[in-house]
Write a protein that binds this ligand. Structure first.
Ligand code: ZN
Length: 375
């Protein structure tokens, strides 16, 4: 089978969701890897849902992980699929169409083909392939692979994730987080506003300060990611047209550059605004009721995996705005870089496709990478 035939086989499994059933596809991958001589583990994480891990070569030095997910987002309205059915892949005009063609069964197929090509070789360092369930459809089961130590830093020095990046090298992306600010006022009839404290109006004061905060944050620009952004994305306040609202809730979503990854940093931004406003206005009362941070991806640009990929592709690394499994690998001690064929612009759309040219480049790049790092 060539890369395209493997990709078509993977696309024919409906692994869309939620609810998602990845196991039949995971079993097919397991059989493919076993037939190629890999040692495999099928990790069932929920009924009908499974990760698969395959390894070849044994070494005292840690090797390489190639990783992808096997779930895909829902196909949506079938009438919007004009070129092919979502699970009935076709080639047209040098492109492969079908759900997951680019995100990311096409990239998965490139990895599987490379695994098969090299299976008879003598590996100096271990090559590990990981295919996960629940990346796009809920579950984030890559954590089960890492928590159960199906892959460890002792076996793998680096990981490459084949999320569609048009084969751009992405060692770095922003972290993200969310905070809730509860603003307390005092209810009163709206004909007597002086008897109440309008929580919505106080929320406006907070939002004004948030804009000032953004101006401050804009002064610190990361060379690949730009600045941290803070945006109020949800607001709730009031319950009746003629009542002064006694409560308002603001939800803030932030996208963090690496220097802001310590949760205390973003927490401090919001508590400082509350302190400042309360000091200037005795009627301003607010609490930070929720605060979370998921760390950014921040693999050093001079690390071996980045320099090797740079050398193979002849391009410079870039940053990405989206969040990936790379953070889970990196947090577990296996620095992970995103580099995969296909464009994220075609992910999650009807008539999802990947160009055969990108598939070819993905396959060629992974082959060279495995040759240089494991053989
Ligand atoms: Zn994806």
């Amino acid at each position: 089978m060539n890369v395209i035939e493997i990709a078509k086989e993977l696309i024919r499994f409906d692994t869309s969701g939620p609810p998602t059933q990845e196991q039949p596809c995971a079993e097919w991958i397991r059989d493919f890897l076993e037939d190629s001589g890999f040692r495999t583990t099928l990790q069932v994480v929920e009924p009908g849902r499974a990760n698969v891990v395959g390894k070849i070569g044994e070494s005292t030095e840690p090797g390489l992980v190639l990783s992808g997910h096997i779930d895909v987002v829902l196909a949506g309205d079938p009438d919007l699929w004009k070129v092919s059915g979502p699970f009935d892949p076709v080639i047209k005009d040098e492109h492969l169409f079908g759900r997951g063609a680019c995100d990311m069964k096409g990239p998965d197929a490139c990895m599987l083909k490379v695994a098969q090509d090299f299976a008879k070789e003598d590996f100096k360092k271990q090559l590990t392939l990981v295919f996960t369930a629940g990346e796009d459809t809920g579950g984030w089961f890559v954590n089960n692979v890492l928590n159960d130590e199906l892959v460890t830093p002792a076996e793998a020095q680096y990981c490459v994730i084949g999320e569609p990046s048009l084969m751009e090298i992405i060692p770095i992306h922003k972290g993200s987080g969310a905070a809730d600010i509860m603003i307390h006022g005092r209810a009163a009839h709206s004909s007597k506003p002086e008897l109440g404290i309008n929580a919505n109006q106080k929320a406006a004061d907070f939002l004004y300060e948030l804009r000032e905060l953004q101006e401050e944050l804009d002064k610190e620009r990361h060379p690949l990611l730009g600045s941290t952004t803070v945006e109020c994305t949800l607001m709730e306040g009031g319950f009746k047209v003629n009542i002064i609202p006694d409560q308002a809730k603001l939800t803030i979503n932030y996208r963090l550059i690496p220097s802001h990854k310590n949760p205390e940093v973003s927490k401090r931004w919001f508590t400082s605004i509350i302190e400042k406003l309360s000091k200037n206005d005795p009627d301003f009362r607010a609490d930070l009721t929720r605060h979370s941070v998921s760390p950014p991806l921040d693999v050093p640009l001079d690390s071996e995996i980045v320099t090797t990929l740079k050398d193979i592709l002849g391009t410079e690394p870039v940053g990405a705005p989206y969040y990936t499994e790379a953070v889970s690998y990196s947090s577990a001690g296996i620095p992970a870089v995103i580099c995969g064929p296909g464009s994220i612009d075609q992910a999650h759309t009807p008539d999802e496709y990947i160009s055969l040219k990108q598939l070819g480049l993905g396959y060629k790049t992974y082959k060279e990478l495995v040759k240089r790092t494991c053989l």
